[in-house]
Design a protein around this ligand. Sequence first.
Ligand SMILES: NC(=O)CC[C@H](N)C(=O)O
Length: 321
Amino acid sequence: MKKTITSNDLKNLVNEAHAQVKDLKGGKNANYIPFLDKIDSNLFGISVCLPSGEVIEAGDTNYVFGIESVSKVYTAILVLRQYGAQAVLDKIGADATGLPFNSIMAILLENDHPSTPLVNAGAISADSMVKPVGNSEAKWKAITDNMRELSGSDLKLLDELYKSESETNFNNRSIAWLLKNFNRIYDDPNMSLDLYTRQCSMGVTAKQLSIAACTIANNGLNPVTKQQVFDPSLSPKITSLIATVGFYEHTGDWLYTSGVPAKSGVGGGVLGVVPGLFGIAAFAPPLDEAGNSVKAQAAIKYIAQKLNVNVFGGDHVEVIN
Ligand SMILES: NC(=O)CC[C@H](N)C(=O)O
């Protein structure tokens, strides 16, 4: 069915979702990274960005939190921009692992392959691919420039998070060297791991995430800055990667129940893409056992179900002013 709603209707719906979900119990902050354990677990924000550039917000949408694994989407886009879709498929892959984000078993099971740029192994591999290979400083500039272009404004490193994560990332150190063993690291392993740890420690707001999500939903055109950030042909590629593995071992359940391709991070952020319609982001620190924000999932589901939008069916919704 074709359906037209006003941006005011959508604003009311976002406020309603916030009110419905804000007291939801369950989940707990990530505690394997000490910094994240200390964040106020009552923080909660929802932001929806439309292709017109309008951003609809409710709650703590300007609170700066750790982007964590949502950053994998950004760097996946960067290597897609630098290498094209085929090379990313060949060098990293585009498969679901069905396993936790930090799984070493997934690397062994795939017989050398990191599977996808959206789990730790593939993301470290993607950071190793970022050009110019061999130059850490210039690679970091490419990573942060790309983040700014997608989000419409600068993301800033959370120094304390970076320190906390660098001191405790023993599992990721093993992943980097295991990938080296399988020739799936295309630069220095320690440098690639450090770039990965740093990108995960960037601070972002729900509002910035929703603008990046809308840039993906809007075929690479940032709706706020009006910059064509990446080639439109890459949009379905990144959305399919997100749909396939965005919630790790819970991805199938999530997609089945929400119909919205979305990527989570252990900082509590979730970025969701409804192609052509909007980018949506939500943030709340308490996570379920797979590391996905409990309230962010509930909020995005609430909005998608009320609108009856679903990438596999549902209504064709148009938002007018
Ligand atoms: N799922 C996540 O957000 C994990 C990211 C975190 N930096 C890690 O590597 O463990």
